[in-house]
Design a protein around this ligand. Structure first.
Ligand code: PEP
Length: 262
């Protein structure tokens, strides 16, 4: 089964509205010469306050080459949840994907496996696609519990989802020690872990869902790492942080990914 690759840029807490719209336009300019049918699914994730401006830039362009994700969303629809933004609200602002369970959210904002599962359900109920992050810390890797830790994160995140919902979802394997550190996980090892995740998905939702679900690698992906990463059998794309903050490097990553998949 051939899975359409996904290259997603997580802008984290960077950029004002005008800067975000500028970057979205610059990304589209980088991809201008490329036939849309040949492109991976290209997704950019600005901060909440820039969702409207980025959506406007993407729709004004009308090229349909770049989609938008929110970096988080809350599972309740509305109410007394000061500071939270619901899935309905990010959908209303134009997001088609929502990143959930990023290690920074787990670590600094107490996001739990149970919350991630509730968010995944809500995102899928509203017709959006969750990008579910998982990954081990350096201590867990050194203690030899990488696989069991990730297996439990995936089982919790997908709990109660139908096979169709699982198939539509995206998982990002992001070893925490590789995020923002410049230390990329060896691509054979990333491929092994992602293969293990696919096997866990098979156990939960069956072979078709496991064949369909896109599983990305994230952690210091750069223009000079993407080709090798994409050459691996189970790596379906990348979640990119730092290198998504300039159109040039993000564009190079998209183009590098295409060399392996076209
Ligand atoms: C991320 O934010 O998900 C990420 C992988 O960041 P970086 O590419 O900077 O390591």
């Amino acid at each position: 089964m051939s899975r359409r690759p996904v290259i997603a840029g997580n802008w984290k807490m960077h950029k004002l509205q005008s800067e975000s719209a500028e970057l979205a336009n610059a990304v589209m300019k980088e991809l201008k010469e490329i036939d849309k049918a040949l492109l991976p699914e290209v997704v950019i994730a600005p901060v909440f306050t820039s969702l409207y401006a980025v959506n406007k830039a993407l729709t004004d362009c009308g090229c349909g080459k770049v989609k938008m994700a929110a970096q988080n969303a809350y599972f309740e629809t509305q109410g007394a949840f000061t500071g939270e933004v619901s899935v309905e609200m990010v959908k209303d602002a134009g997001a088609e994907y929502v990143i959930i369970g990023h290690s920074e959210r787990r670590q600094y904002f107490g996001e739990t496996d149970e919350m991630i599962n509730k968010k995944a359900k809500k995102i899928l109920d509203l017709g959006l696609i969750p990008i579910i992050c998982c990954g081990e810390s350096l201590e867990q890797r050194e203690a030899g519990v990488t696989d069991s830790h990730i297996e439990s994160q995936i089982k919790a995140a997908l709990n109660g989802l139908s096979a169709e919902e699982v198939a539509k979802s995206i998982i990002a394997y992001e070893p925490i020690w590789a995020i923002g550190t410049g230390k990329t996980c060896d691509s054979d090892e990333a491929n092994r872990v992602i293969g293990m995740i696919r096997n866990v998905v098979k156990g939960i939702a069956g072979a078709n869902a496991a064949d369909s679900i896109r599983i990305l690698y994230g952690g210091s992906v750069k223009p000079n790492t993407i080709e090798e990463q994409m050459s691996k059998s189970d790596i379906d794309g990348a979640l990119v942080g730092g290198a998504s903050l300039t159109a040039e490097s993000f564009g190079q990553i998209v183009k590098g990914a295409m060399k392996q998949t076209v």
